[in-house]
Design a protein around this ligand. Structure first.
Ligand SMILES: Cc1cc2nc3c(=O)[nH]c(=O)nc-3n(C[C@H](O)[C@H](O)[C@H](O)COP(=O)(O)OP(=O)(O)OC[C@H]3O[C@@H](n4cnc5c(N)ncnc54)[C@H](O)[C@@H]3O)c2cc1C
Length: 412
């Protein structure tokens, strides 16, 4: 019997007939060539059955990391299963950095870019926008390389695992930089609406945390690069926190990255949590929706209209921004976006009720869900048909199609 595998949150049990852990690209090619149905598993941090298959589940964690920096091109090339934390350490030691990071360093590079994982910053695209090239083992087991400038490339990065096994990823790098972060507390709710653009743009990367309860936003985290304008003494009525904070104010900040304006390396400030801290599994579910940044104030009002269903299911919400990109299945495709994230309690019934209500309220704003989190319906994106055509060309037998992509990408 196949081993029983679950995702990080424990809410999805995968049901493959076989699990493979290849250690070479040739092994990946042989497995794919012999498979009728296959999917790839990254680090299993998605909250829905996106990675599941009744056929062959291929974990890429065993491929050698093989991290190669190309100083002339300003890129780094890594095996798909490498985790951001491991990559960040190597890059920083060589004097390089990535433009941004998500909140968790334990996630694989190929798995993160497959779902358009993002951090925050009005000028910063999601993590997939740093991808300059991919090497994919496609349907019949062939190894295909695609790079920026190839016609199919914009369809091949945020690909939900539907094109094949990404065995290598090449990412743009920049010189290593220092970041400092300041936390402000109790932003008056009315000020958020009145000054949304200024608040979202108050640093290189800005995150707001709220429980959607009272008439204040709990916290605003402002991450500034060295050389940016100094942090303000006060932010539209929000004052600086007196000490270190966890995004959920009642929790200990011991595992959070250093605050209080102390400069530090990019990888030790852009994530909210320390690299050496491994969060416990299974204590939460997550959802996230993206609307145009210009519609942020309307989106906040939409969430508040269903507050009665959201609050009982909620641990904390995070509001971030993501710059527009040209990647076909990216939820930020050609749209500067605000990201409304919900960390839920691990209770499916409460969460699904909140998710249904949120999707109904946010639909008129053209909300797009995060592919890796809990959602019910995803609207068709402007380039979905082009993606489907690309997938059918690279994988004519549909080896890498599963129920999730059939429902959310192939179905009209
Ligand atoms: C605690 C926590 C914090 C998070 N924080 C953020 C955040 O800050 N920002 C954000 O946007 N998201 C966040 N996420 C969501 C997470 O980044 C995404 O779900 C991401 O896709 C997970 O990567 P993974 O390696 O675990 O991929 P998996 O969940 O294993 O797989 C996701 C998809 O990628 C495909 N895939 C994986 N590896 C490959 C490969 N080598 N080749 C082809 N396809 C592949 C899979 O088939 C599947 O379709 C968070 C999740 C958790 C649990």
């Amino acid at each position: 019997m196949a081993e029983r595998l679950k995702n990080w949150a424990g809410n999805i049990e995968f049901g493959p007939a076989r699990v493979h852990r290849p250690e070479t690209v040739e092994q990946v090619q042989r497995i794919v060539a012999g498979a009728a149905r296959a999917r790839v598993l990254g680090t299993g941090h998605s909250f829905n059955p996106i990675a599941d298959t009744p056929g062959d589940l291929i974990s890429v964690a065993g491929l050698p990391a093989d991290i190669r920096i190309d100083r002339e091109r300003g890129t780094v090339s890594v095996a798909g299963g490498v985790r951001y934390g491991e990559l960040a350490r190597e890059l920083d030691a060589a004097g390089y950095a990535l433009h941004n990071l998500g909140s968790l360093p334990h996630i694989s590079v190929a798995g993160a870019v497959a779902t358009a994982t993002h951090g925050s910053g009005v000028g910063l695209g999601n993590l997939a926008t740093a991808v300059a090239g991919v090497e994919i083992v496609t349907g019949g087991g062939e190894l295909v390389s695609l790079g920026r400038g190839d016609a199919d490339f914009p369809g091949s990065v945020v690909a939900l695992g539907a094109l094949g096994v990404v065995v290598r990823v090449t990412l743009d790098v920049v010189p290593a930089y220092q970041v400092s972060q300041h936390v402000f507390e109790r932003l008056p709710r009315a000020q958020l609406d009145a000054h949304w653009e200024e608040i979202a743009g108050a640093g290189y990367s800005v995150s707001l945390f709220t429980g959607w309860r009272g008439d204040t936003v709990d916290q605003v985290w402002i991450k500034r690069r060295e050389g940016d304008a100094p942090a303000p003494a006060e932010l539209f009525g929000a004052g600086p926190a007196a000490g270190a904070r966890h995004p959920i104010a009642a929790m200990s900040p011991v595992n959070c990255t250093e605050q209080g304006g102390v400069p530090g390396p990019w990888h030790a400030r852009l994530p909210h949590f320390r690299l050496e801290f491994t969060p416990s599994a299974g204590d939460e579910l997550q959802s996230e929706y993206f609307v145009a940044r210009a519609d942020a104030v309307a989106a906040f009002a939409a969430v508040e209209r269903v507050r009665d269903l959201v609050v009982p299911a909620l641990q904390i919400s995070e509001i971030r921004t993501v710059a527009a990109d040209g990647l076909w299945l990216s939820p930020h495709y050609e749209r500067d976006s605000v990201a409304l994230h919900f960390t839920w309690v691990p209770n499916n019934d409460l969460v699904l009720r909140a998710v249904e209500a949120l999707e109904a309220e946010l639909a008129p704003l053209g909300a797009r869900p995060h592919w890796g989190k809990v959602f019910r319906r995803a609207p068709r994106l402007p380039r979905t048909s082009d993606f489907v055509a690309l997938a059918e060309r690279l994988d004519p037998r549909g080896t890498f199609r599963n129920a999730f992509v059939e429902r959310h990408v192939w179905a009209e």
